[in-house]
Design a protein around this ligand. Structure first.
Ligand SMILES: [Zn+2]
Length: 472
């Protein structure tokens, strides 16, 4: 008997919020997704911290988090490398420009992505293209021109529409596939430049929905749909923002002259500031001997309690986090005081010291999964695990700022002005929709990292070590 070929189609609706998606479904605006919800499963999952495009693709594509992969932001800074020589290609990075292709070589070589593992794999528009041959990278041809034009004209939809056409061309050719990963970027762009519920953003959701309808009809006609796992998720939510606080400029005003993109040539900087999303900021202090990441006491010494107080008093700052003085300890601080997270990788705890910045009371749990379950309904889903994975990377910075909703951390250099933001640990940025055309799978609270082992299992591939837990 001929073995049935199983396939996976994965739509990444960049920046989609579960609540907006639900509203549009109930208004009848996304008929194909609604049908999938009825036939399969529609739930909410958590992304990672920072909740930002690029790093937040790592959990589902590699099964690992940004801290583990040492890519803790869409911009990052490496104090060790910078102190060695600032004109060193590993000293800092921005994937929002010509350095974007370096994402592939920045990923640890021993951590394979789904494209390496799934057989015949096709990619549309995702920036992680390691080992993908050009003729399997469906969006590559003309991508930079199309993206630039969309950005300057603020008309994004042609990108998604052309993406859909490339998917259909591939399906209608004589090629077969095991894994198709397609990014629809316009929900993110329209939410940044207009609003999360702007009519243009709604249209972007509908373009993806139409694409699902046509793709599905074609696979049904071929008799393939039955054995295809269809998945849709997002890499982060977004919140509207109208106030911009430039963390890099603020550091300079505070006497700690900063380098930050695009002003990276300043002489004798005392700090570096890297912003992602733009609600995530990492501060790297350079005004100290050595090249190590600082713990709380050293931050007190080199940043100072007065500056910390000024920073925490800023409306734009929800909370800051840093490493504690002992391994596996992390401090969360807002203007009311601080709390401590402890993790040895197996146990996780959160305890207020003189305040409760995350509003969680006292928590003590065993295991990564429990750490998610107890925080899923809180204002900061998965905070305990996410903070500890982030600080695995020294590039995460000495002080990490999570912005308050309504604010972001970048001003003058952001053009066009952003009216939406993500990157923080707040619920609205961390929760993403998760839809699949299967019923009765595991019901544990899900992270997007769980999709990595789920896909390998669906395709009957040998499991690969990951930080996710299969749903099937
Ligand atoms: Zn995104």
């Amino acid at each position: 008997m001929k073995k049935i070929r199983k396939r996976v189609v994965f739509y990444l609706l960049d920046g989609a919020r579960p609540d907006v998606l639900s509203e549009l479904m109930s208004q009848g605006k996304l008929p194909h997704l609604k049908q999938l919800k009825e036939e399969g499963t529609y739930r909410t999952a958590t992304t990672c911290f920072p909740s930002t495009t690029g790093p937040a693709y790592l959990p589902f594509l590699t099964g690992h988090f940004p801290g583990t992969m040492n890519i803790p932001g869409i911009r990052w800074f490496d104090k060790k490398e910078f102190k060695r020589s600032r004109w060193n290609r590993m000293a800092m990075r921005s994937y929002c420009g010509p350095e974007a292709p370096w994402f592939n070589t920045d990923m640890p070589a021993d951590k394979p992505a789904l494209f390496d593992l799934c057989g015949d794999s096709y990619n549309l528009y995702n920036m992680i293209t390691r080992n993908i041959p050009d003729d399997h990278d469906l969006g590559k041809k003309g991508k930079s021109w199309l993206y630039t034009r969309a950005h300057f004209l603020k008309r994004h939809h042609p990108v998604d529409i052309q993406g859909h056409e490339r998917i259909m061309q591939m399906l209608q050719s004589d090629k077969d596939f095991d894994f198709l990963f397609a990014v629809f970027p316009s929900v993110d762009w329209d939410s940044h430049y207009h609003h999360i519920r702007d009519e243009r953003t709604v249209k972007a959701y509908q373009i993806a929905d139409n694409s699902i309808g046509e793709m599905r009809a074609y696979l049904e006609k071929k008799g393939w749909w039955q054995d295809t796992l269809f998945l849709l998720t997002s890499d982060h939510g977004l919140t509207p923002s109208d106030a911009h606080f430039d963390l890099g400029d603020w550091m300079t005003e505070q006497g700690l002259k900063s380098v930050s993109y695009p002003v990276i040539w300043r002489r004798n900087p005392k700090s570096a500031v890297m912003i992602s999303g733009n609600s995530f900021g990492s501060i790297h202090l350079l005004n100290h001997a050595g090249d190590h990441a600082l713990g709380r006491s050293e931050i007190n010494q080199h940043f100072g309690s007065e500056r910390m107080k000024n920073l925490l008093d800023k409306k734009a700052v929800d909370f800051v986090s840093c490493r504690g003085d002992n391994l596996g300890e992390f401090i969360i601080q807002n203007q009311n005081g601080s709390a401590i997270i402890k993790s040895d990788g197996l146990k996780f705890s959160y305890n207020p010291i003189d305040a409760d910045p995350l509003g969680m009371g006292n928590i003590e749990v065993s295991g990564q999964q429990q750490a998610l379950e107890v925080t899923m309904e809180s204002e900061y889903p998965d905070a305990l695990f996410q903070i500890s994975q982030l600080f695995r990377s020294s590039r995460a910075g000495d002080i990490v700022v999570s912005a308050a909703n309504g604010h972001d951390l970048r001003d003058f250099w952001e053009y066009p002005e952003h009216k939406g933001s993500h990157g923080s640990l707040c619920r609205e940025h961390m929760l993403v929709p998760l839809i699949y055309n299967q019923k009765g799978w595991a019901s544990h609270s899900a992270r997007t990292a769980d999709l990595f082992p789920t896909i390998l299992k669906w395709l009957n591939k040998v499991p690969v070590s990951s930080e996710g837990r299969a749903l099937n």
